[in-house]
Write a protein that binds this ligand. Structure first.
Ligand code: KG4
Ligand code: ZN
Length: 343
C-alpha cells in the first residue's frame, strides 16, 4: 500500500498543510503566510498568529487535499508539528489534526519541527537513498542547531546557539537598517551591492565547542549604526539618514556566514559526514549555501529550494512518513510542547 501522509504545520507564522507520498514525493504543499500581518509590527505577534491560523487552517488543509487530488480516504496517517514553537499556534494545528484523525480513524503522529527540517532532505533530493552520517545545520528564525544525523531518526546534537538564532540576528539587523520584515531576505538583497570588508564585525568562534553566539555581532552592527545615526531609536526611519546600508548588510552577512561555514565544515570533517545538509529559513540564503559548498570541497552539500527552506508542511509529512514506518502512533492526549529539544 502506498503510504501517503497529510502533514500539518502551525508552529510559528505559516499555516501549512501538505500531502507527501512514500516520504519523498510532494503531491501538494500549501502555505498561507502571515508575514504581511506581522510586517506591521516588525516581528511575530503571537496572539495574531494564533488567530490567523484559526481562520485559515481548514481552508489550507482542504486545498492540500484538493491539489494532491486525494481525499482523506487515500491518507495513511496525519502528522502534525507538536513543538517547538508558539503554544497558541501549535494548538491550532494539533487540534485540527486530532479532529480529522479521530473522525476518520487515522493514525496521529506528533512531529518535532526540527526533525521536519532535517527530513526535508529526502523531499529535496526526491530519493530515500541518502548516505549517513549527515551533518545537519538547521538555521532558522528560532533555531541554530548542528546535529549529526547518524541514521534516519537517530541524532547526536553537536551544538547550537547560546543566544540569538541566526535568522533572529538577520531579522534584528534588518530592523536596525530600516529594512522590511522579515529581515533575512532583505539583508541578503541589500548585501549584494555592498562591500563585505567595509566593517570589521566580530566572529564568535566559541573555541573547543560546536556552539554559536550571534548577539555580539548584532550589538556590533548596532554600535556601527549608532555612530552614524545617534538617534536611531527615536522612531526615525533609518532610511531617512545616509546609512551605508549595503556595506553594513554585506559586512554583517559575511561575518555570520564565515562562522556557520567554518564550524559546519569542520564538524562534518571531524565526524566523517558523507554530506552536509543546510536547512531552515536561513538556508534560503544563497550566499551562505555557496560559501559552505565551496569550503566543503569533496563533501556534498545539499540545501532545499526556497519554498522548502522556510517553514512548510511537506517537511512535516516527510518526517511523518519515517515516524509512521518506525511504528509511532500518538494518542488523543497528544499535547503541544512549545520548548521541545530534538534530543
Ligand atoms: O524556518 P523558518 O521559516 O521559521 C522558523 O522556524 O524560524 O525561518 C525563518 C527565518 C527568518 O528569521 C528569516 O529572516 C530567515 O529565516 N530567512 C533568511 C532568508 N530567508 C529567510 N535569512 C537569511 N537569508 C535569507 N535569504
Ligand atoms: Zn522552521
Amino acid at each position: 500500500m502506498t503510504v501517503r501522509i497529510l502533514g500539518i504545520e502551525t508552529s510559528c507564522d505559516e499555516t501549512a498543510a501538505a500531502v507527501v507520498e512514500e516520504g519523498v514525493e510532494i503531491l501538494s504543499n500549501v502555505i498561507a503566510s502571515q508575514s504581511e500581518i506581522h510586517a506591521q509590527y516588525g516581528g511575530i505577534f503571537p496572539e495574531m498568529a494564533s488567530r490567523a491560523h484559526i481562520e485559515t487552517i481548514h481552508k489550507v488543509i482542504a486545498s492540500a487535499l484538493a491539489q494532491a487530488h486525494v481525499s482523506l480516504d487515500d491518507i495513511s496517517a496525519i502528522s502534525v508539528t507538536r513543538g517547538p514553537g508558539l503554544a497558541g499556534s501549535l494548538l491550532v494545528g494539533l487540534n485540527a489534526a486530532k479532529g480529522l484523525a479521530l473522525a476518520r480513524r487515522l493514525p496521529l503522529i506528533g512531529i518535532n519541527h526540527l526533525e521536519g527540517h532535517i527530513c526535508s532532505l529526502q523531499i529535496t533530493e526526491n530519493t530515500h537513498e541518502v548516505e549517513f552520517p549527515i551533518l545537519a545545520l538547521i538555521v532558522s528564525g528560532g533555531h541554530t542547531e548542528m546535529i549529526l544525523v547518524e541514521e534516519q531518526l537517530k541524532y547526536q546534537r553537536l551544538g547550537g546557539t547560546l543566544d540569538d538564532a541566526a535568522g533572529e540576528a538577520f531579522d534584528k539587523v534588518g530592523r536596525l537598517l530600516g529594512l522590511p520584515y522579515p529581515g533575512g531576505p532583505n539583508v541578503e538583497e541589500a548585501a549584494k551591492g555592498g562591500n563585505p570588508d567595509a566593517f570589521d564585525f566580530p566572529r564568535a568562534w566559541m573555541d573547543n565547542s560546536w556552539d554559536f553566539s550571534f548577539s555580539g555581532l548584532k550589538t556590533a552592527v548596532m554600535r556601527a549604526v549608532q555612530q552614524r545615526f545617534p538617534e536611531w531609536d527615536t522612531g526615525r526611519d533609518p532610511s531617512s539618514v545616509n546609512l551605508p546600508i549595503a556595506d553594513l548588510a554585506a559586512s554583517f552577512q559575511s561575518a555570520i556566514i564565515e562562522v556557520l561555514k567554518e564550524k559546519s565544515v569542520q564538524a562534518a570533517e571531524k565526524h566523517k559526514a558523507r554530506a552536509i545538509f543546510v536547512s531552515g529559513g536561513v538556508s534560503a540564503n544563497l550566499a551562505l549555501c555557496a560559501a559552505i559548498t565551496k569550503r566543503a570541497g569533496e563533501i556534498p552539500v545539499y540545501h532545499p529550494p526556497g519554498h522548502l527552506c522556510t517553514d512548510n508542511a511537506a517537511m512535516i509529512a516527510a518526517a511523518g512518513y519515517w515516524r509512521y514506518q518506525a511504528g509511532q502512533r500518538d494518542g488523543w492526549d497528544l499535547d503541544a510542547r512549545p520548548t521541545w529539544p530534538l534530543i
